[in-house]
Design a protein around this ligand. Sequence first.
Ligand code: AMP
Ligand code: TRP
Length: 335
Amino acid sequence: MAFQRRIFSGIQPSGNLHLGNYLGAVRNWVALQNEFECIFCMVDMHAITVWQDPAELTRSTRELAAAMIASGIDPQKNILFNQSQNPDHASLAWIFNCVARMGWMNRMTQFKEKAGKDRENVSLGLFAYPALMAADILAYKATHVPVGEDQKQHLELTRDIAQKFNHDYGRELFPLTEPMIFGTATRVMSLRDGSKKMSKSDASDQSRINLTDTADAIADKIKRAKTDPEALPDTVEGLEGRPEAQNLMGIYAALSDKTLEQAVADCAGKGFAEFKKMLTDVSVSVLGPITAEMRRLMADPAYVDGILRDGGEKARALSAPILREVYDAVGFLRP
Ligand code: AMP
Ligand code: TRP
């Protein structure tokens, strides 16, 4: 059966949105919205698989919505909402909990990493996390999901769940969703250590450029970013073995919409002091308007909440008929 092409992606509202989130995720989504029907979901239900302070969760959800809108995601053209607004995700997730096998879930590397040695003490939700993710996607019969490499395994599980459901209930109800891994997606590393990913959970705020940073804060963080003593190379190969130079050059290229080759050619032979000024200029010119728009939106929470509510209604209008099909397939009497 042919399924209409539909894109779904989710992102956790867990605070401290940074340049890595922007270059690795949000910016790619902005590019997609012109070509496809897109559903962008802030997964607050996934967020509470680990403890979240309630007031902070509300704030982070609004901040994420503001960041997405400020980055250019058009809430008229796309569906932008927070997961908990549409109860169909949770309903379908329960059904998927009964389709997925313990053995499949036990293999999930993200769970193993997040649970660590404390397995007995993590929430049941953390273990079931990938079944809820499958429900997010399949509640809309989404065919494509833009994600980072780290989420590929969860998408394979989504396909396994779809396949087993279709098989067990004898109908081609769900598509086998494909990942969309962006070839050009930039992996942004910490400003303090070029071998570590830029991350919201890094204890040092100096390690990341937050989307809420002022121009002065950005300039200061770049100025203090770790480097090495050499001048910049004249070839991409020359960046090898120089993780900090590689990272800063990658950021410079991504923010100035250049290939790495072009960016390296621009900066060949320059010292870090000069290069850091160029990097600061392009960072402030790209992020400045986004930050300003985010601030404006954050000052008007009623407006942001209204957008998310509208999005939630549009989302539910799409998922409701799909859930009816699922109920029929499973043998549930419909409400
Ligand atoms: P997280 O903040 O880990 O929940 O990730 C949210 C999204 O941002 C995911 O699509 C990640 O792949 C992306 N992302 C997070 N950190 C980075 C980074 N340092 N570089 C590139 N992409 C990132
Ligand atoms: N697990 C994803 C992450 O941590 C977030 C997510 C939840 C998601 N549901 C999704 C991503 C559905 C894509 C599709 O990044």
